[in-house]
Write a protein of this length. Sequence first.
Length: 168
Amino acid sequence: MEKEQSIYYYYLISCRDELVKHSYIGKTQNFELRKQHHKYHCNDSKYPQHNYKLYKTIRKYGGFLNFKIELIYEVHGLSRQEACEFERALYDEYRPSLNNNIPNRSYKEYIRDNYKQILIKRKDRENCFWCQKSVLKSHMKNHRKSKKCLLKKTKKLKNEILDKLQIK
């Protein structure tokens, strides 16, 4: 089976003001459409992306008129995996400050990069009253709605009622 190969465009978004050192690296298969999407997401608050670090920074430093989107590479014949690897190489070279995600980052790299935050989050747990499962405090509300927890809650309440009936 032949692997699918395509054209990928790699671009850099940076401020025209040389004192502002923030930048963003991106990849797309339709450069003109992607530029339009960046502008829409930046300027229209109905998009969830509107509050991304990239767009907040663009608005803070004068809007899209004060930023340039430069095509830095047009590469033909790459598979999707190769395109992601190339984007990662550009990320490592340019070190952009406005990318929310590191392209093509492995799970192992993510753990290494965020180890301290992960440990802190792991400590922010408590045991569920009904099923005694250890759950992140921020997830407890949803956990208590889960089938497993509701079944254990129901069973526990049923046993308590039966115990009270036997005592009387």
